[in-house]
Design a protein around this ligand. Structure first.
Ligand code: HEC
Length: 167
């Protein structure tokens, strides 16, 4: 029995070492153009969103240890693909307005930042003051066409996969 247990642990150990060899892309591409925001708003975005929605990801130590690294990298790549605050120039005006609007919408609905990110990143927990800042920024930036945009948006599924900003 004991021999059997040792054998299991040995195999698990080898598998653990083996999966460390799988390459993980932790690159931070150059910042192209940052999303327009006041320094106060940018501070909130940096604390709560930039790890997954910018090219300035702070890769934590566990992002160097598989299998956690796979999960972290996947969230960052998915997050950037959906919306990248470091490549704002790549979006057309209406897409920018949409993303400005959604930035508050996702926070308001409690969808963002992703819940499992918070225990490991307490500074990403948004205070009421942070939320007020984000809301104002989002509403002002999504601007005059806000209403028209909302109307257009109602008649199509915005969670569509071809709604990605990249890829
Ligand atoms: C731990 C990584 C992570 C953090 C932190 C994070 N996001 Fe996200 N975000 C994602 C991923 C992954 C997606 C794509 C999948 C999804 O929609 O759930 C996404 C999607 C989005 C979308 C697009 C939603 C859609 O359906 O089109 C918006 C807008 C967004 N996030 C805003 C934010 C804002 C604002 C913050 C900070 C307050 C934030 N996110 C923090 C990972 C993250």
């Amino acid at each position: 029995m004991k021999k059997w247990i040792r054998w299991i642990f040995g195999v698990l150990g080898i598998v653990f070492l083996g999966i460390q060899l799988v390459p993980v892309d932790r690159s931070n591409p150059p910042v192209e153009s940052e999303v327009p925001a006041s320094p106060e708003v940018r501070d909130v975005l940096r604390r709560a969103c930039y790890d997954c929605h910018s090219n300035e990801t702070r890769w934590p130590w566990y992002s160097y240890v598989a299998p956690a690294s796979w999960l972290v990298a996947n969230d960052v790549h998915e997050g950037r693909r959906k919306m990248n605050y470091s490549a704002w120039n790549q979006l057309g005006e209406s897409k920018q307005q949409k993303r400005f609007h959604e930035s508050w919408e996702e926070v308001q609905e409690g969808e963002m930042p992703l819940w499992f990110y918070l225990p490991l990143h307490p500074s990403a927990k948004l205070s009421d003051a942070d939320k007020t800042l984000l809301k104002q920024w989002s509403e002002q930036s999504s601007g005059a066409t806000h209403r028209g945009f909302l109307e257009r948006r109602d008649d199509k599924d915005h969670d569509d996969d071809d709604d990605d900003d990249r890829g």
